[in-house]
Design a protein around this ligand. Sequence first.
Ligand code: AMP
Ligand code: ZN
Length: 139
Amino acid sequence: MRDENCIFCKIANGEIPAATLYEDDEFRVILDLGPASKGHALILPKNHFADLLDLDDGVSSKVLALAAKIGAAMKKSLGCAGFNLVQNNGEVAGQTVFHFHMHVIPRYEGGPDMVSWEPGTSSGEELAKLAECIKKGLQ
Ligand code: AMP
Ligand code: ZN
C-alpha cells in the first residue's frame, strides 16, 4: 500500500523527516513546507492513495474527525479564529502531490483573503439541469 516513488509515503512513514504534530497507526500530520498561513498542516495517510477517489473507506471515515481535532488544537494553541480544510483532486484542481492529503489552514483575524472565488451567476433552470446531469453520474 506504499509507493516507493512517492515523497508523502516516505514522509508519512518516517523515512524523510518533517515537522510532525500528530501521528497514529494510520496518519501523520505535518506542517506544510510552503505554508499559506502560520501553522498550515497536512494530514497524510500512511498508506498510498492518489486522491479522494482512491481512498479506502477506513481512512475516509476517519479523516474528517482528525481534521476537526487538528483544527480545534490550532484554535486553542495558535489563537487562529477559524480554519479552512482544502483537499485538491487532480492537477486541474491544483493537486501537485499525488498522495491524498488534506490541508488544514489556520485563519487569523485580519489575515489575507484566501480559498475564495468570485461568485458567478446561474438561472434556476440551469441549476436544475445541472443537478439532473450530476444525478445521472451517481447512478
Ligand atoms: P497540493 O497542491 O494540494 O497537492 O498540496 C501539496 C502541498 O504539499 C503544498 O502545499 C506544498 O507546499 C506541500 N509540500 C510539498 N512537499 C512537501 C514536503 N516535503 N514537506 C511538507 N510539505 C510539502
Ligand atoms: Zn504516497
